[in-house]
Design a protein around this ligand. Structure first.
Ligand SMILES: NC(=O)c1ccc[n+]([C@@H]2O[C@H](COP(=O)([O-])OP(=O)(O)OC[C@H]3O[C@@H](n4cnc5c(N)ncnc54)[C@H](OP(=O)(O)O)[C@@H]3O)[C@@H](O)[C@H]2O)c1
Length: 377
């Protein structure tokens, strides 16, 4: 039986992971779960999966939950609880599915304990890529990507030699505003931006998909996960979201991974890697697909992708700034305090004013992250 901890069990990825686990009770055992403040859902999950321990980041909500739980489940409180859960010895997998920078310290804690990590939280590798990859190497632990694009790459390189990989192609749906001009984007609303054409996801990643920042974050993530140069990573718009990404080899042969747009496939692959198990997702019926199409990404209109490329080219703490400023900007947009195009403007401004620190340690990353949040909130 695989012993699993899920950080962010109440979110989109967390609930889909639990859906898979519930269907395979003889294969997985839930040891620990976490929520930020959705204690109603967390209570249902505790009743169903009977974890040994849970953590609730919001202190007041944690107290309310304590008064409602009759089981033996231990309840930890505050952000430190995430690290505590991630550091439980001998877990088979820690699924990091919290949103935002909150995933960074927990991922490092899991890897340092020797636990393998199924990583959904992309902000972790964006802010702390080098540090996180070094931590995994030093402690002999593995990072298995959950993001569909990186899962696709991992699946395509099974059995391949690193030196045979020429590059990768990350596919992007283009989001709800594909084909829009900057003028069109001036008028879009929060509701428009939350209507992703193919995927149902949490709010932050849905907005990131609309600005194409999501693809920028994924490009940085891919660089670290697969040890690639930025020039080896291409982004292609593929509106049908059927090809989840591709690898090109030195002989110009290209391998792609295809499937319906359902995160339960990459989540299951990460939880069972290197094995596979039957999934609840429907088979891909090629005859039902009318066509698969591809377009160039519009980096001028969707400048967040360009900013992400700039940030990783500059390196050091610049991606930390990109990530923190983007989290702030997305929150402001969701709170209707700024317009859609101002997300990129705020990130650009924060990057312009930052003098990057090279090879940052965790303290540098957290300090820069906090400073940006304070300045731009
Ligand atoms: N959803 C997808 O299809 C998808 C695909 C690829 C990658 N990802 C990545 O996976 C991560 C999670 O995405 P999601 O869509 O599942 O997000 P989500 O639906 O918003 O869920 C986020 C989870 O994190 C918890 N959380 C929120 N703020 C937190 C904090 N400050 N500290 C600790 N926990 C916190 C939430 O708890 P409450 O529910 O209690 O607030 C919830 O459990 C993101 O990094 C995203 O980019 C998602």
């Amino acid at each position: 039986m695989k012993k699993i901890a899920i950080l962010g069990s109440t979110g989109s990825i967390g609930t889909q992971a639990l859906d898979i686990i519930e269907r395979n009770r003889s294969y997985f055992k839930i040891e620990a779960l976490s929520a930020h403040n959705n204690i109603e859902l967390l209570k249902e999950q505790i009743d169903k999966f009977k974890p040994r321990v849970v953590t609730v980041v919001d202190k007041e909500k944690a107290e309310i939950l304590k008064s409602k739980i009759s089981s033996k489940t231990q309840i930890l409180v505050g952000p430190g609880g995430l690290k505590e859960i991630a550091s439980i010895k001998n877990l088979d997998m820690v699924l990091v599915a919290v949103v935002g920078i909150a995933g960074l310290e927990a991922t490092i804690a899991a890897l340092s304990t020797g636990n393998d990590v199924a990583l959904a939280n992309k902000e972790t590798l964006v802010a702390g890529g080098q540090l996180v990859m070094n931590t995994a190497k030093v402690h002999g632990s593995s990072i298995i990507p959950v993001d569909s694009e990186h899962s696709a790459i991992l699946q395509c390189i099974q059995g391949a030699r690193k030196k045979d990989i020429k590059g990768i192609v990350l596919t992007a749906s283009g989001g709800p505003f594909r084909g829009y001009t900057r003028e069109d984007l001036e008028k879009v609303t929060v509701e428009d931006a939350l209507k992703h054409p193919n995927w149902v996801m949490g709010q932050k990643i849905t907005i990131d998909s609309a600005t194409l920042m999501n693809k920028g974050l994924e490009l940085i993530e891919a660089k670290w996960l697969f040890d690639l140069d930025i020039e080896q990573i291409k982004v292609v718009i593929h509106p049908e979201s059927i090809i989840h990404s591709m690898v090109e080899f030195i002989d110009n042969s290209v391998l792609a991974q295809l499937g319906l747009a359902d995160m339960r496939i990459p989540i299951l692959y990460a939880l069972t890697y290197p094995e596979r198990m039957p999934s609840p997702v429907e088979s891909l019926d090629l005859l039902k697909l009318k066509k698969l199409s591809f377009e160039e990404a519009d980096l001028e209109t969707f400048s967040c992708l360009k900013l992400a490329i700039n940030a990783i080219e500059i390196g050091g703490t610049m991606p930390v700034v990109l990530n923190a400023a983007n989290e702030i900007a997305v929150k402001k947009f969701l709170d209707r305090k700024i317009g859609f195009n101002e997300i990129a403007s705020l990130v650009k401004e924060a990057m312009k004013n930052h003098k990057p620190i090279n090879e940052p340690v965790l303290e540098d990353i957290l300090r820069v992250d906090q400073a940006i949040r304070k300045q731009y909130s």
